[in-house]
Ligand binder design. Structure first.
Ligand code: NAP
Length: 512
């Protein structure tokens, strides 16, 4: 039994290590503040289980407070010239560049993607901030002739007001920046609710905006559960638009709530993305592509390749080479540069993915490799699932439903037409890819694929920030993020008519 003083020292040590865990709080009106409630939740490293920070389980009261701050800040932010807003975003990009290594590592530690991808997540955010800062000198409207004499017509973009941002954990820096950068340049103020698995990345982002000079109240961070904080955002009468990225179930719920009060809502949801490999493809390239597309970020990208559709003539060669390569991938701590694949993000994710692996087996799909959770010494405390490949028949649940993990279904097809039919026969329409050397086929695929993003001779992942991003069918509600259209969800058009004729002119009525 330890002596009294040893026990006291142990308690002291425990207290110290407890207090060493950061508790940043909520960021409202330019300050880090306490929640009106007392609940806290922990964010953990999915590779080790270590606690990284504790955050408030915010209450609907906290959301109200954040909305009030955003409402107060709105007139001043709207009146700030857009090029000045752009300068602040450029400053944020510069700070992020200086802190890239630290932030990239945090992405790996909090979310679990390998360090090169952690840095990539931050780089995507930097790229977007630099790109969208320039939008401050455009925000283009139109001028057009009037049907009447001495009359001038133009359109201007107006910020919609206070907006709500709800984000997922798989791109914990890039996705919040896609949303917040576009909202800020548009002149909106906001309440930002990050995923409960990655609030520390969100807090670092908010710090950077603060240091870049974004005024108090313009951005407010409220952490906590989707059911409470997300719900309060979706229902709040003063939030004029909600921008949501996540799963289809939560997305539909948010959309319904926003619709009931006629608020705008932008949804970026799931995917079931196919890579097609035709008989004339460069198989080496197609192989590299599918390994990266299916097992990068442990398959937890909305654009991850989850179906490999292969022409029967090259099927055996492609599949046997793929299985060998997948078996060579090193599964390990994501901050170790030697790791090819990191853990999945949480115990819940493990359950979901392992459940789909069971479903695949029960449906009669042939497990070609993987399929196990690794719990040995090297992987203790983490959520590691082997890169898994099934030989499947189109129509099985594993070929139709989003799994969001390192699980790939390989499907054999007779020809190009069947490949397109199979590719399109799912409820999602985010990304797609075809490997072929036939230019006519490439263009036919581009036409025929019912998706938002189409790659020719490249994997299903690889978005660039200056192009629109989003999908068809259950992947969203017809909107896009990034690119020149990024500001659409945060602005409304105002049409202006200037009559300098000094007389009443009546459109459609005056004699022509
Ligand atoms: P999720 O469970 O739907 O959560 C997304 C966000 O919504 C989180 O902040 C979550 O909060 C919140 N939320 C959950 N239920 C809510 C509700 N009823 N009302 C309001 N907010 C709610 O998704 P995830 O697991 O974080 O992310 C994975 C999904 O995101 C996948 O389906 C993936 O395909 C999709 N995704 C899509 C894109 C795209 O651009 N199309 C990009 C990335 C990811 P909590 O964290 O507190 O639960």
């Amino acid at each position: 039994m330890p002596s009294k003083s040893a026990a006291a020292a142990a308690v002291e040590e425990k207290k110290k290590s407890r207090s060493a865990i950061p508790e940043p709080g909520l960021y409202i009106d330019g300050k880090w503040v306490h929640s009106s409630g007392r609940g806290l939740f922990e964010t953990r490293n999915p590779a080790t289980g270590d606690v990284l920070a504790r955050f408030p389980l915010a209450t609907p009261e906290d959301v109200k407070r954040a909305v009030e701050a955003a409402k107060r800040a709105f007139p001043g932010w709207k009146a700030t010239p857009a090029p000045k807003r752009g300068e602040m975003l450029l400053r944020a990009a510069q700070i992020m560049r200086q802190r890239k290594e630290e932030l990239g590592r945090l992405v790996s530690e909090e979310m679990g993607k390998v360090i090169a991808e952690g840095r990539g997540d931050v780089q995507e955010a930097i790229d977007f901030l630099e790109y969208i800062a320039g939008e401050g000198r455009r925000l283009l409207g139109e001028t057009t002739p009037s049907e009447l004499k001495e009359k001038f017509c133009l359109t201007v973009r107006q910020p919609v007001g206070v907006v709500g941002l709800i984000t997922p954990w798989n791109f914990p820096v890039a996705i919040p920046v896609w949303k917040s950068g576009a909202a800020l340049i548009s002149g909106c103020t906001m309440v930002f609710k990050p995923a409960s698995l990655t609030p520390l990345c969100a807090a670092r982002l908010v710090e950077i905006y603060h240091d870049a000079g974004i005024p108090p109240g313009v951005i407010n961070l409220v952490t906590g559960s989707g059911g409470t904080v997300g719900d309060a955002i979706a229902n709040h009468p003063d939030i004029k638009a909600v921008s949501f990225t996540g799963g289809t179930i939560a997305g539909r719920d948010v959309y319904e709530k926003a619709a009931r009060r006629l608020a705008a809502c932008e949804l970026e949801l799931g995917g079931k993305n196919p890579q097609m490999v035709m008989e004339d493809a460069n198989l080496d390239l197609a192989l590299e592509g599918v390994l990266f597309g299916a097992f990068g970020t442990a398959g937890q990208r909305c654009t991850a390749t989850s179906r490999l559709i292969v022409h029967e003539k090259v099927y055996d060669e492609m599949v046997s080479r793929l299985v060998k390569k997948a078996q060579g991938l090193r599964l390990g701590n994501p901050v170790d540069p030697k790791s090819d694949v990191g853990p999945v993000s949480s115990e819940d994710q493990v359950r979901t993915v392992m459940n789909y692996i069971d479903i695949g087996k029960r449906e009669g799909a042939k497990l070609l490799t993987g399929g196990r959770r690794l719990t040995g010494k090297e992987h203790a405390g983490g959520y590691y699932i082997e890169p898994t490949i099934f030989e499947a028949k189109h129509g099985m649940r594993i070929t139709k439903e989003e799994i969001f993990g390192p699980v790939l279904s390989v499907i054999k097809v007779r020809d190009f037409d069947e490949a397109i039919r199979v590719a399109n026969d799912v409820d999602y329409g985010l990304s797609s890819s075809i490997y072929t050397r036939d230019i006519n086929r490439a263009f036919k695929a581009m036409d025929a694929l019912d998706v938002g993003i189409c790659y020719i001779n490249a994997p299903t992942i690889g978005a660039e920030v200056h192009l629109p991003f989003g999908g068809t069918k259950n992947t969203g509600n017809g909107k896009r993020e990034a690119g020149t259209v990024a500001v659409d969800e945060f602005t409304e058009w105002k049409t202006v008519f200037v009559d300098y004729s000094n007389r009443l002119q009546k459109a459609q009525i005056d004699p022509r």
